[in-house]
Ligand binder design. Structure first.
Ligand code: GAL
Length: 760
């Protein structure tokens, strides 16, 4: 009898364990169903609480994707799991237990067996009561949640059922737990040794070798680490080894060493670098893989070529400023036939200035000439109400410098926009984001802070290079960075911006949330209408960029408040999760995109970024960056480079100077791509272009290379089409009905399909 009771007890215990036990003995998986309930009650942290009436949820996907659409606020997750002591017995290094809870949008309190163990990714060591203001922090949604407990921490119940309860708070957007890593394990060698590949980019050397420098750090405070460091490079296509090197390294506590590998490689061919450290004492290994950037864009020819926008909008009487973007061996000589009266072209710089008095349309014949040849192209000028007839292209200070932006950094960025040659491909705005403002003086004039001693001087300087300049503010009293906003000073601010020579305003909701905490649609529009009127009175064409993260489906009314572009999402980060969740969710706003009215899925996260004074290389792989630029071009998105332009590496520069890819972004028809095929592994997006051709993006969402099929009927395309690879700028032959292409992990291919009317 006793035996039966014991057996039933064991079965019951196995049944209540709702989260998976892993096949790996040293990991407890927490990635299957959890219990879930919206609302907030601290009693839900208790181990004995009866959650049998709660719903279930997959922690790998946000709650908005699992039946809780539109829900913001508090919700709780609960998971019961056995933590066997064999976990620590089998592990070689056994001092701490770590609990990985993926990522959480936006904030969390984590309880183990009723006790608080963590807040927003920070382990709580002492006994504490959870504080509500702490949990409601912003900007933590893309942060890994790893909680670390000493193995003798009494909050862990070894060999018993443990209850993990997670209290989440979501400000807006998807909400709750998501991500990949949900598990309990002991800390291992991986937690003691850190490779850093991001402090510098891969360098392509003139002798066709590539060099990668990286650091290895012993992050323990007490132990020495000694072992073998193996660096290998293989070609991604066939796994052929192109480099291998072994060395012995020894690291004292906290020591960091820098090392590098140089190997010969065809620049255009994808390859991978694998770095492995094998600990001499335990034979444990840590391995990391890094994609080697591959360069696809061919060099611009020495003969002249005209790039960038083919159409330009201006309002009557506003200062006209259009730089003809052209490549070719200098010196280049520019001419413009049929230039309307009121405009002049500088034949040496290609800058057209002046002003036009009446509404109307003009077609100007541009030519660019050098010793080797001649290029011509029409530029259509529309003098009317709407400006920014193609998506703005430029640079913004936020993703690199954050609040540490200064006059000096802005001038250096403008210089680099010219010296890097980006200006010759249509890149034109230099935008100052948050961090420039001081206060309003007694006359209501906005004063820049000490980092910007002379705003008109800075604007003149940027204009003198053929570029345009942008600024940032908030309709609220304070910006998101806590600087002075425009609330109550809208008209005066717009006048000041115009008098300095500003060409672009990013207007960011931020503290307007305190004025309209639970805004109705009218309240959402109100501050943007106010600034619309102020800008219209300023007699200067200022691109009006609304930034309020997509609230109230801004795409459906952004044009009504005269927005030229509007952010459709929260802030982007340099991770695949962020890039793919933002980029692939732009379908619903597609119908509202039109010339001068652009959906803005946020800025480019390529090159050296950092949101503050310390910069690092983007964490996106090369394949992910091809996806980024391909998708943003298809989406007709504003292209704002968010990196340090002075530190552009060969790959990033190459990525940003593909004129055929840029031409898709700048296509005069202004139609945004639509999603034509979607499954778990891949997506296909297509954009109709002005000349009747179609740009098609093939995207691989998996971590393995795969063939993505395209059915031309999905785009209502019939008959033969000539296909061109836009990244490689090479023809791929004729296709009809169906084609498929190999796409690298998280990578994107961009092709152009041109109808072939001669069907033989
Ligand atoms: C955020 C905005 C960012 C950046 C930042 C400045 O709200 O989305 O792009 O402008 O504010 O504080």
């Amino acid at each position: 009898m006793k035996k039966i009771i014991l057996l039933t007890g064991i079965i019951a215990m196995l049944l209540v364990i709702s989260c998976n036990q892993s096949k790996e003995p040293n990991i407890v998986l927490l990635d299957s169903e959890w219990k879930f309930k919206t609302g907030n009650d601290l009693n839900w942290a208790a181990q004995g609480f009866d959650d049998s009436s709660w719903g279930t949820i997959d922690p790998k996907n946000t709650w908005e994707n699992q039946g809780y659409k539109g829900y913001n606020g508090y919700a709780w997750y609960r998971c019961k799991t056995l933590i066997r002591s064999s976990l620590k017995d089998q592990s070689k290094i056994t001092d701490s237990l770590q609990i990985f809870l993926g990522k959480i949008d936006d904030c969390d309190h984590v309880f183990l067996n009723g006790e608080l163990i963590g807040e927003n990714g920070r382990t709580i060591y002492e006994k504490l009561q959870p504080a509500d203001d702490y949990i409601k922090q912003h900007g933590l949604w893309n942060t890994d949640r790893r909680y670390l407990l000493a193995q003798n921490d009494p909050r862990i119940h070894w060999d018993q059922e443990n209850l993990i309860a997670v209290r989440c708070f979501d400000h807006d957007g998807p909400g709750g737990m998501f991500g990949k890593r949900f598990e309990i394990s002991m800390t291992g060698l991986r937690d003691r040794l850190k490779f850093d590949f991001a402090s510098s980019a891969f360098v392509y050397n003139p002798d066709t070798t590539v060099t990668k420098s990286f650091t290895v750090t012993n992050i323990t405070g007490t132990e020495r680490l000694k072992g073998e460091l193996k660096i290998e490079a293989t070609l991604s296509d066939n796994g052929i080894s192109i480099y291998s090197n072994r060395s012995i390294i020894e690291l004292s506590p906290h020591q960091k060493i820098e090392t590098s590998a140089t190997f010969r490689k065809n620049m255009a061919v994808p390859a991978a670098l694998r770095v492995t450290f094998t600990d001499a004492a335990t034979r444990n290994k840590v391995t990391e893989d890094v994609e080697v950037p591959y360069i696809l864009t061919p060099e611009s020819p020495s003969e002249p070529r005209i790039n960038g926008a083919k159409i330009f909008g201006v309002r009557p009487w506003s200062p006209f400023h259009f730089k003809v973007a052209a490549t070719g061996k200098p010196p280049l000589k520019y001419t413009a036939a049929d230039l309307p009266e009121g405009l002049v072209l500088n034949p040496e710089t290609g800058l057209i200035t002046g002003s036009l008095k009446k509404k109307g349309e003009f077609v100007v014949k541009l030519t660019v000439e050098n010793q080797l040849g001649y290029a011509e192209r029409d530029l259509k000028i529309i003098v009317g109400d709407v400006i920014s007839l193609t998506p703005p292209m430029g640079w913004n200070s936020w993703n690199c410098w954050g609040l540490s932006v200064s006059d000096k950094k802005v001038r250096q960025s403008a210089d680099a926009m010219v010296s890097s040659g980006l200006i010759n491909h249509g890149w034109s705005y230099i935008n100052i984001d948050d961090g420039w403002e001081d206060t309003h003086d007694k006359n209501g004039n906005i004063l820049p802070n000490y980092k910007f001693p002379n705003m008109p001087g800075l604007c003149n300087y940027v204009h003198s290079l053929g570029l345009k300049i942008g600024i940032y503010s908030s309709p609220g009293p304070k910006t998101c960075g806590g600087y002075e906003g425009s609330y109550g000073f809208e008209a005066k601010d717009a006048q000041n911006y115009a008098s300095w020579g500003i060409d672009y305003l990013k207007y960011d909701w931020c503290s307007y949330g305190n004025i309209a905490p639970d805004p109705s649609l009218d309240q959402l529009k109100k501050p943007y209408k106010e600034m619309k009127h102020a800008l219209r009175k300023a007699n200067r064409d200022i691109h009006y960029s609304l930034c309020q993260y997509g609230m109230g489906d801004v795409w459906s009314w952004g044009a009504e408040v005269d927005g030229n572009s509007w952010r459709t999402t929260g802030d982007i980060e340099d991770t695949w999760e962020s890039l793919s969740s933002i980029g692939f969710s732009q379908g619903p706003c597609s119908p509202w995109s039109a010339p001068g009215r652009w959906n803005d899925p946020d800025m480019l996260v390529v090159g050296m970024v950092g949101w503050g004074p310390a910069l690092r290389n983007t964490r996106l792989t090369p394949g992910e960056q091809y996806t980024h630029l391909s998708l943003w071009s298809l989406l007709a998105a504003p292209l704002l480079i968010g990196c340090d332009l002075e530190k552009l590496d060969a790959f990033t520069l190459n990525l940003l100077t593909n004129d055929e890819v840029i031409a898709v972004n700048q296509d005069p028809l202004g139609k945004q791509a639509v999603l034509i095929r979607k499954c778990d592994d891949f997506e296909v997006w297509a954009r109709d272009l002005e000349d009747g051709s179609v740009a098609v993006g093939l995207f691989n969402k998996t971590e393995k290379a795969l063939y993505v099929p395209v059915e031309m009927i999905d785009m209502k395309l019939e008959g033969k089409h000539a296909m061109r690879d836009l990244w490689k700028q090479s023809d791929l032959g004729i296709v009809r009905d169906h084609f498929e292409m190999k796409v690298l992990p998280h990578g994107g291919r961009l092709v152009l399909l041109k109808p072939k009317f001669n069907q033989n």
